[in-house]
Every structure is written in C-alpha cells, then in structure tokens.
Ligand binder design. Structure first.
Ligand SMILES: [Zn+2]
Length: 336
C-alpha cells in the first residue's frame, strides 16, 4: 500500500496505555482525493480486504476518489455478482470495506524526540470517535464551521488528542478519546517535515488491481478474463460486464443506494439467523466446534469471537457486538 523507498518515513505505533498526539496538517498533493494544494490533515483510503492473490488489501480507487478516478475491478465484480443474484458468500468478499484506513501525520507529545510520524489508523477504532468530539455541540452536528473544533490547527488554538490503548490485535480499543489544551505550539520543524500523504501511497491503476485480484493481466474484457481467471472460474458468469468509463458517471450514486438497500435486506436476514442461534440451547464452547457446527453464530463461517475484526465482513456485521462479547469471554478464559 505504501511506496517503500521514502526516506524519513517513520510509523507511529500506538503504545499500550496513554497516547497523546497532535495531528499535523499538510498541503494536499496531486493524488489527494481533496483539492490538490488545499490544507489537509488526513487521507482516507477505502480497501477491499485480503482480496489480492497473496491475501493483501486492494485499494478501492473508485470509493476513495468518489468515482473521479474511474472504476474499481473489485467493485465491478461485486456489482456483477449482485446482479447475477449470487449468494452472500460469493458477493461479500468483493464488497468494499465500510471502515476506511485513515493516514495522519502525527507528533507524539509524550515522546517528542520521535519527531514527525505517519499513523495508519483504523477509522473504526479512532476517526469515528474523533469526529464526535470535534463537534462543539451535538445539536449542530458540526455542520456550522464555528461549531467545529479545529484540532489540527498547529497553533495553541489546536488541540492535542489523548486516548488510552487497551488490548491488542483484534481486541485493540482506544478508550476515552479526548482533546487536551496545548501548552506549546507544534514545532516548526515538525510542520515542515509533514509528509504529503498522497505521495507515500502506491495508488494502483485499474489494470494493476485487476491483475492483483485475478492473477492474470487485464485484457480489456472483464467478464471473459474473470471467467478464465483462477478465482472466477468457480462462478458462472451470467451478466455481461459493463463498459469502463474513464471518469465519474451519474449512476454511481444510485448504485451505491441500491447496494445499501440490498445490504440492509441481507443484514435483516442475518439478524433473524442470529436470533435463531440465540434461542437455541446449543451453546458453542470451543473454537473447533464453531468451525464444524452448523449453528455457528458467525454467519460468514468464521470463528465466532476469535476472528473479530480480522475479516472483511466484520465491518458491517450485525453480530459484531455479540462476537466482541465472546472475544472478551475467550480472553478472560485464557487468563484463568
Ligand atoms: Zn472497489
């Protein structure tokens, strides 16, 4: 996802316990989804999780750039499968993740000697909480500019952001995200070393993403190629692939809306399934049983409680809360 040979690129690894950081603004470059040359403070990147042949994430250029950079081969395949009424199991792996990654330039107030660092954060764990505290008043929901706290301002008018990191890997939580008044400004040297975040990302072309996903070069005909490609050969191609327009077109919004509606229907069905599982007396008490048993509370067939936030489906799973509870229970049991 990142261009590898960038000098002075240090990554911020959230330490367990107290964190206190400043988010440092930068000037957007040519490849920023916001207007190039504008002051930016974050770069939001949507992903198709684990979709490459080697299990790597694929950047969704279509959603990240709101359609202005053309289509995404994974989204195209997702739409094709939905159109062809394929099962959840077959469509979901191609759906773009609901929670994007967010890149920030950060200055660690607890370890200022570490200088400017880049934080590749999960919007699920962090950005959504930051969005809430940045609203001065819940009534206005931050819609009026004067009701928004400009935390990214490098002067004393900005804010440091504190939180506590607890747990690790899939159990990571950032507790108590809050603002703190600054006693000193963000140093000039830190401001100057902020990375133009869109320049450190290896943005893929349509052809590159296509080859990453299918393992064969793009030959201009999506449906034919995906029929012969290793992964797609399992599935019948019923719908003729749409053409690939170079730029945004008007149907992007309605497609999104349709996807949303279909997703809601599917989630409603999942909820029903979950309720059935709840009422059934069969309690699953081991990971292995989860995998084998037909009553796996994880409707995607993963290990309930153990695979939480590891799979692309977790982002929008209605059983997430129950899965998190189970994960906590498993963790407690491990400690005994
Ligand atoms: Zn996509």
């Amino acid at each position: 996802m990142f261009i590898s040979n960038i000098s002075n690129l240090k990554y911020y690894k959230t330490p367990t316990g107290a964190n206190l950081i400043d988010i440092v603004p930068y000037t957007a470059g040519k490849n920023d989804p916001i207007e190039p040359g504008d002051i930016a403070h974050k770069l939001v990147i949507y992903l198709h999780k684990g979709l490459s042949q080697t299990g790597e994430d694929i950047i969704c250029m279509e959603k990240t750039f709101k359609g202005t950079r053309g289509k995404c081969p994974a989204c195209q395949e997702y739409r094709r499968r939905v159109e062809a009424c394929m099962s959840d199991e077959e469509t979901k792996p191609f759906k773009v993740g609901a929670w994007p990654r967010v890149l920030y330039n950060v200055y660690d107030r607890l370890k200022p000697g570490d200088g400017l660092q880049v934080w590749n954060a999960s919007s699920f764990l962090f950005q959504q909480y930051l969005d809430v505290i940045a609203r001065r008043s819940s009534l206005s929901q931050g819609k009026q500019p004067e009701n928004f706290i400009g935390f990214m301002d490098p002067s004393l008018d900005g804010r440091s952001i504190g939180f506590d990191k607890q747990g690790k890997e899939e159990l990571t939580k950032y507790i108590g995200v809050h603002f703190e008044e600054r006693e000193t400004e963000v140093p000039e040297s830190i401001l100057e070393s902020a990375h133009v975040l869109d320049e450190i990302v290896a943005w893929p072309t349509f052809e590159q993403s296509y080859e990453e996903i299918w393992g064969v070069p793009y030959n201009g005909e999506v449906s034919e190629a995906s029929k012969t490609a290793s992964r797609a050969s399992k599935f019948e191609s019923k719908v003729k692939e749409e053409d690939i327009p170079a730029a945004v077109d008007e149907d992007v919004e309605s497609e999104e809306e349709r996807e949303q509606r279909m997703l809601e229907e599917k989630l409603a069905a999942l909820k029903e399934k979950k309720e059935e599982v709840k009422t059934s007396e069969k309690k699953l008490d081991s990971k292995k049983e989860d995998k084998k048993g037909g009553t796996n509370p994880c409707s995607h067939g993963y290990v309930f409680g153990a695979d939480i936030d590891e799979k692309p489906e977790c982002d929008e799973c209605k059983a997430w809360k129950d899965c998190a509870k189970e994960a906590d229970r498993l963790e407690r049991e491990k400690r005994k």
